[in-house]
Write a protein that binds this ligand. Sequence first.
Ligand code: UD1
Ligand code: CA
Length: 468
Amino acid sequence: MGGMMPAALSAVILAAGQGTRMKSVLPKVLHPVAGVPMLAHVITAARAAGSTPLIAVIGHGAERVKAAFDGAGVDFVLQAEQLGTGHALQCSAPALAGFAGDLLLLCGDVPLLRGATLQALVEHHRSQQAVVTVLTAEVADPRGYGRVIRGAGGVERIVEEKDATPAERTVCEINTGIYVFTTPRVFELLAGLTNDNAQGEYYLTDVIAAARAAGDKVAALPAERAEEAMGINDRVQLAEAGREMRIRINETHMRAGVTLLDPAVTYIEAEVTIGTDTVIHPGVHLRGRTVIGRECEIEPGVIVSDCILADRVHVKAGSVLAGSTIGADTDIGPMAHLRPGTILAGENKIGNFVETKKAAIGRGSKASHLTYLGDAEIGAGVNVGCGTITCNYDGVNKHVTVIEDDVFVGSDVQFVAPVRIGKGSLIGAGSTITRDVPAEALAISRVEQKVIEGWVTRKRDKAVKRET
Ligand code: UD1
Ligand code: CA
């Protein structure tokens, strides 16, 4: 006997159901919790428990689910017709042919489950030398869940709510839908299941009674934290799970040295990372693969999606940042809009009502007020005056504006791209620049000012005469 070898552990995640109660065109397991599909949370937990291979049983919206987890190292098995959870596990049998060891059975709609809980369940299964081990939970409101029916010898069976007697419905120990099975034995037990029940389905839960009847050992482990076992069947539960996940994520950041002024209203998605001593104000959303450096300050109402912020970046209230890379010691906002492809080298100032898109901006350059910089390459030490606009779109194509180092752009300038502004040049306020400007030059294009003395007085006198 290979006593020192760690036993093999595979995982099967059931994710073929339609999720009728979600009332959605999106397959249930793709609904996001803290910004990532709920199935991704389950996969993460299964990985943390050390399971390989990882098999997902898919059916409803199979193509969409597959596409969402392309390259995630998951093997997919198709359950073409959803005949029940027992049938779903059966569908994975060919994929597990030749596998002997323990099988962790998870549901794709239980996103709060932690890897540590699964590890404890696997250990319990092994120490009990059980064939079937079920994770149960004590809950205040058991409605909707299968009830765990215990007898003198431990768990005897699980009864679904729709099949339960009134007395059975009062049981508050529920089936989380998470199990460890000894494989291949479980597939022999599954073969004996029938669909003689209220829903006409092959219930995986019936494996417990089948194991008991066959004299196989059945074990049960109550979860330490019942909220982990929450199954998402509708949008109310989706919101609850989102809140629970948010609390968990926020606590992790706070313990790691990030200040959240009001964690109850701070929305940080699962994959975001944040450096120490960063301060996050209320109402902030940090999304996708955002990376925030140390000692940053993110003020109220800021939304950051898929951005990289270096250290000591200060984003002021109401700014929206997406797909941008922000160098250290930069100030942004309030009310700035940084769109994808914005790259700030560092020590920049992007002020209120400034919008950038596909704009690479060199070190120390500033655009402090009311400006649009799109398809722009801007050097270091450039000052972009208030109200400047890169006219990048001619209705058909986008064109690039290049502004070299140390250029001073006066207020209210339009750059009609494509156009290149040479190093150190000066653009006069109110100019419309349509041609390239060489280095160190002054470019100015405005109509010369006219002053007509006494014009207002004369006009007023005329108007008074007409009235009388
Ligand atoms: C199931 C359990 C119930 C448990 C609850 C925990 C059964 C019969 N009931 O009920 O005891 O308390 O989970 O959340 O197992 N699925 C398939 N193919 C199918 C049917 C379902 O892949 O043919 C998948 C679903 O996509 C879902 C999971 O299995 O991810 C559970 O199915 P669901 O219909 O939500 O079962 P519940 O009624 O919640
Ligand atoms: Ca469910």
